[in-house]
Design a binder for this molecule. Sequence first.
Ligand SMILES: [Zn+2]
Length: 172
Amino acid sequence: MYEITRKVCIDAGHRIPDHTSECRNLHGHRYEIHATCQARDLQTSGPERGMVIDFSVVKEELEKQISHLCDHGLIVDADDETMTEMLGIANSDIQWVKEHEAAKAVSNVPGFKVYLVPFPPTCEHLAKHWYAIMSDALKTRTNGHVRAKKIRVYETPNSYADFPSGDLIVDN
Ligand SMILES: [Zn+2]
């Protein structure tokens, strides 16, 4: 098995509505998102010969699926009424996100780029969310040759979350 990792960085704002300390306040991070990809074999022909996948292809997907939607934006929990009311997010958008348990880029809030999500925007949730999206995108793009192994999201230089994790806790 071979494995490569490509990262992108984005700047985005969020708040954790249930937090009892600083994270409750609206604030920003320079997120680093690392996508680790695996393939059983290296490619044997074409411009990617000898590679799992061209780093630029992973970068393209990271930018399309994540940076384009979230960079210089606000990542907002659809259940966070303080934020959705302040931003004037339409009820129909909030309901859509909750019903589909999917994220939605909301483009009609003047002065704000909003990425509405069905979870509190913690590092852990974002890693899981972006893993699902990148996993599908890479599978489709490479006809299943390359699989996303893990997404790592740095919220600060000292703090990151991985999804999926290596399992230490096993359900009985
Ligand atoms: Zn934060």
